[in-house]
Design a binder for this molecule. Structure first.
Ligand code: ATP
Ligand code: MG
Length: 402
């Protein structure tokens, strides 16, 4: 039997329950199958690997925190959040850990930063040996829809701590002096309990600063905020989120020990997100590549929106839930949403055959003709004809001329 040695290693790793070795061996088998030209089988293995990764991430395992790291009373569900005295509005919302859904999907470097932070909480003694403590303040920044809020929720869930979320714009009051008092009340509340404090939409402060009428007030607010951030350092964990990192006061920026930039997902993350958002439809690997090709440069939230629209379109089209069905649905969704920065998306929106010609000619995508057939429904000889026709070229030129 071909590849028996690898299959044997897979079985061995599976029997002893060594996940890491198992994944490595499955990867080895996938590479061998690819080399042998058995791309469909190789793609199936890759899908199984991605699905396994996804289910592992579904149940975020709590990190075991060293005792004494987070002080404070236990926050019970019945506790009322503080309110703005003038308006009676709540200054924060409270989320309790558990049932908080799946892990966000990020590029490797982001994933490693988040896991590294969580790892600090389990290795307190190693950190102490070199005279440092785990990171207690994190600033997450990046474009809208890049998963900042879901990442903050995920971190709190992994730490097993309730999350107190303040929206800065909710704290800002039109009454002189009230904003600073609201901020102080919020921090007092958060410091009393073992929790993660999340300051979402942090840039609202920066917006205030642009208003010349508000100069005195904003100075007071920023000072209160800085003092409270400093005080909180020794008590609990704080995460702040902003879309506009450049607008933030440098003194505020410096208060955060780690800054995490979330951008658009890379290719691997994109495929995992697409597979996730297309569920319960099980898309073949070739379809994930085609979707990912068209959605390069989009944020996680954009990808979710497109996948949801594709599922709606497919459900009503009566087409089968396979590669070609998804391909046609993607094409019509893209056609309905103009202004694509992404050239492949623009071509697929305009002309499906030109798109097939594009992917058949794009060496960087390295999709074989059989895979193109699986993803688009075009037969091999038609794919081959379209490849020769190069009918995508005028559209590519037109795209660049715009
Ligand atoms: N990296 C990601 N992993 C998983 N899901 C994501 C990711 N990025 C975005 N999403 C999806 O997009 C939705 C919006 O994400 P989220 O609210 O975290 O974005 P955000 O960066 O906080 O955006 P905003 O700046 O508009 O508040 C989420 O509910 C999630 O379904
Ligand atoms: Mg958000």
């Amino acid at each position: 039997m071909e590849h028996f040695a690898v299959v044997q290693s897979i079985i061995r790793a599976g029997l002893v329950g060594d996940r890491e070795a198992l994944d490595k061996q499955v990867l080895r088998l996938r590479e061998r199958l690819e080399k042998a030209g058995e791309s469909k089988e190789a793609a199936t293995l890759e899908r199984l690997r991605a699905a396994a990764r996804d289910t592992q991430e579904m149940a975020p395992s709590r990190v075991e925190m060293s005792r004494g790291q987070v002080v404070g009373e236990v926050l019970e569900p019945g506790v009322n959040p503080p309110i703005d005295r003038e308006t009676g509005a709540r200054l924060c919302t409270i989320n309790f850990p558990g049932g908080n859904g799946r892990a966000p999907v990020h590029a490797t470097v982001v994933f490693e930063t988040v896991e590294g932070l969580l790892g600090e909480w389990t290795n307190q003694s190693a950190l102490q040996a070199v005279g440092v403590s785990p990171t207690r303040s994190l600033l997450i920044y990046g474009p809208p829809g890049s998963g900042k809020t879901v990442t903050a929720h995920y971190i709190a869930a992994r730490l097993g701590l309730p999350l107190i979320t303040a929206r800065i714009d909710g704290l800002i009051s039109s009454f002189l002096g009230t904003t600073a008092r609201n901020i102080a009340n919020l921090f007092d509340f958060a410091n009393r309990y073992a929790c993660v404090l999340l300051l979402d939409e942090f840039d609202a402060l920066a917006k205030l600063r642009d208003d010349p009428q508000e100069i005195g007030e904003i100075k007071r607010v920023v000072n209160t905020l800085l003092q409270n951030l400093d005080l909180r350092r020794s008590v609990g964990i704080t995460i702040a989120i902003t879309n506009h990192d450049r607008l933030l006061d440098p003194a505020v920026w410096r208060r955060f020990e780690t800054q995490l930039h979330l951008g658009e997902p890379d290719e691997n993350a994109r495929e995992t997100l697409i597979a996730r958002f297309l569920q319960p439809i099980d898309a073949p690997g070739s379809t994930l590549r085609v979707f990912s090709y068209c959605l390069a440069g989009r944020t996680g939230a954009d990808i979710e929106r497109v996948c949801t629209a594709v599922k709606r379109t497919l459900a009503l089209s009566g087409e089968s839930h396979d590669g070609p069905g998804l391909f046609h649905a993607l094409s019509s969704v893209l056609a309905r949403t103009p202004h694509h920065d992404n050239v492949p998306a623009r071509i697929l929106a305009a002309d499906q055959e030109a798109f097939v010609s594009l992917i058949a000619n794009d060496g960087a995508l390295s999709l074989k003709q059989t895979e193109i057939g699986e993803a688009t429904g075009y037969g091999q000889s038609r794919v081959s004809d379209l490849k020769k026709s190069k009918r995508h070229l005028p559209l590519v030129e037109a795209s660049y001329a715009q």
